[in-house]
Design a protein around this ligand. Structure first.
Ligand code: SF4
Ligand code: SF4
Ligand code: FES
Length: 286
């Protein structure tokens, strides 16, 4: 859902979605209506705590009377519009986007993408072994989180979370143009030489696992990462009086990573270094 600030009740906008009447609060998107109706429209660059970026175009829908397909994640609902989510055109477009991404990026840790590749009969292998890939090793230059840009789809979510939308650190940005475009810190230096304050808010929004906790990275490498065996407990950070919500991901009685609820009206999924990465003291038995 698009983050909706607290405010007086809003007018409802009514339109037609796949032939059925639907209503969303004024300012809501077509994607909001799709999700409320239980429709599985794929999304990658959309983030429920960020402004739409329209980078991936995997969420496209057909709007009656429009020449081009519209990204559902950013298209505002208008009264009387007629939207179709599952047509030959939308399926063809989504298939192509998924094929291009999966042929050039390692999507092995992107949630749900395997199901979408199947659903849209995408064949990323048809571009052959010469499809452009970054082919870079993961950057492990600190103890807190890892950057594996071979998994990066250039969705810009980390840039927005680090920059003016949340953290205002501006430690990361897009460098290069065209095929050379990539995410980097200033001068493409190690993270430890950058302006990063290790809040991990970029890790929170990354949709592919290109940014991940060092603990998760190590456990995946060792073959011990098992989300099905993990519990999630939401609690309150005790480091200061702000009282941010933390969700502790626990496997085998150890905290393996910390996230934060996106629907918190105070933090919107964001934390500081202490809440995000300062959990070792809980289980440090030395
Ligand atoms: S950890 Fe925080 S400061 Fe560092 S790059 Fe990510 S969002 Fe920016
Ligand atoms: S590192 Fe993650 S959040 Fe940042 S652009 Fe790449 S895929 Fe998106
Ligand atoms: S999810 Fe809508 S453009 Fe990426």
């Amino acid at each position: 859902m698009t983050a909706i600030p607290l405010q007086p009740p809003r007018r409802l906008v009514e339109f037609t979605l796949d032939g059925e009447p639907v209503r969303v609060p004024e300012g809501g998107t077509v994607l909001d209506a799709c999700r409320a109706a239980g429709k599985d429209v794929p999304t990658l660059c959309e983030g429920d705590t960020l402004k739409p970026k329209n980078a991936c175009r995997v969420c496209v829908v057909e709007v009656e009377g429009a020449r081009t397909l519209a990204p559902a994640c950013s298209r505002r609902a208008e009264p009387g519009m007629e939207v179709r989510t599952d047509t030959e055109r939308t399926r063809h477009s989504r298939r192509l986007v998924l094929e291009l991404l999966a042929s050039s990026v390692d999507l092995s840790t992107t949630p749900r993408v395997a199901a979408w590749l199947k659903e849209y009969e995408a064949e990323p292998d048809r571009f052959g072994p010469d499809a452009a890939r970054l082919g870079e090793s993961p950057r492990v230059d600190n103890d807190l989180y890892v950057r594996d840009y071979d998994k990066c789809i250039l969705c810009y979510k980390c840039v927005d979370a680090c920059g003016e939308q949340w953290q205002n650190s501006f430690a990361i940005s897009v460098v290069g143009r065209g095929f050379d475009a990539r995410i980097a810190v200033e001068h493409d230096a190690p993270l430890t030489d950058s302006a990063c304050v290790y809040c991990g808010n970029c890790v929170e929004v990354c949709p592919t696992g290109a940014l991940s906790f060092k603990s998760e990275f190590d456990m995946r490498a060792a073959g011990t990462w098992d989300e099905a065996a993990q519990t999630r407990t939401t609690t309150v950070c005790a480091y200061c009086g702000v009282g941010c919500n933390l969700t502790l991901h626990v496997q085998d009685n150890e905290i393996v990573k910390v996230t934060s609820p996106h629907d918190s009206p105070v933090t919107h999924g964001n934390l500081c270094i202490k809440g995000r990465f300062g959990y070792q003291h809980v289980q440090n038995r030395d």
